[in-house]
Design a protein around this ligand. Structure first.
Ligand code: E4P
Length: 221
């Protein structure tokens, strides 16, 4: 399963890359709005130039012509640019047009399996079910991922499932068990992934016992 970072913060991306964990990046207008002192183009170019993998950037128009125009401009910024388009009736038309031009589209804000199926039929490269936002309204976001996975398997659909709106490490475990192609993770969740209380407990015990070998804690090699 590919792991993307859900951020527009270049320092978070560099840190994720240094851990060897990050295969791509997803942004959205909210994440971009948190970056102060840099214009949109600069933020996006810096991300595209920092990572080889796919970087999703959202078109903000809500009409077909606007989405296609913005999508083409986004795709010109880098070979790894992926255009985020929502599944609306206008969005589906834009997904079809951009995909036919070989521009990769990440269909965003997917909340039911029909939206995912329609986006795939229109040619989307990724579909992004927003699992956390469904959990927020007492639905089971990961069940949506299971449904999409079954439908795509039934019809050998090649569109990739990119699990989004991730809130906790269990979303990642469940996504991997279901067989999602990719998941996009906020930086704070990424940092929680490798930690375990028993690992910390074990490290404390080893450090205490090491003092019996080397009272000043130094390593004698
Ligand atoms: C995905 O591409 C989105 O940027 C993101 O996962 C949205 O997550 P949120 O629901 O935490 O805003």
């Amino acid at each position: 399963m590919k792991i993307f970072l859900d951020t527009a913060d270049i320092n978070e991306i560099k840190d994720g890359l240094s851990m060897g964990l990050i295969d791509g990046v997803t942004t959205n207008p909210t994440l971009i709005s948190r970056i102060k002192g840099k214009d949109f183009r600069t933020v996006v170019k810096e991300i595209l130039d920092t990572i080889d993998g796919p970087v999703s950037i959202e078109a903000i128009a809500d009409d077909y012509e606007g989405m296609v125009k913005q999508g083409r401009k986004i795709s010109e910024l880098g070979e790894n640019a992926v255009v985020k388009i929502p599944v609306t009736t206008e969005g589906l038309k834009a997904i079809r047009t951009l995909s036919r031009e070989k521009i990769k589209v990440n269909c965003t804000l997917v909340f039911n399996p029909i939206q995912a199926l329609f986006a795939a039929k229109a040619g989307a490269f990724f579909v992004s079910p927003f699992v956390g936002r469904l959990d927020d309204i007492s639905e089971d976001g990961m069940f949506l991922v299971e449904e999409i996975k079954s439908i795509f398997d039934n019809y050998s659909i090649s569109t990739q499932i990119l699990v989004a709106s991730v809130r906790n490490p269990m979303h990642i475990v469940r996504a991997a068990l279901i067989g999602a192609d990719a998941i996009t993770v906020p930086y704070n969740v990424l940092l929680k992934l490798p930690s375990h209380p028993k690992t910390n407990e074990g490290l404390r015990k080893f450090a205490d016992d090491w003092k019996k070998v080397s009272p000043d804690g130094s390593f004698p090699l």
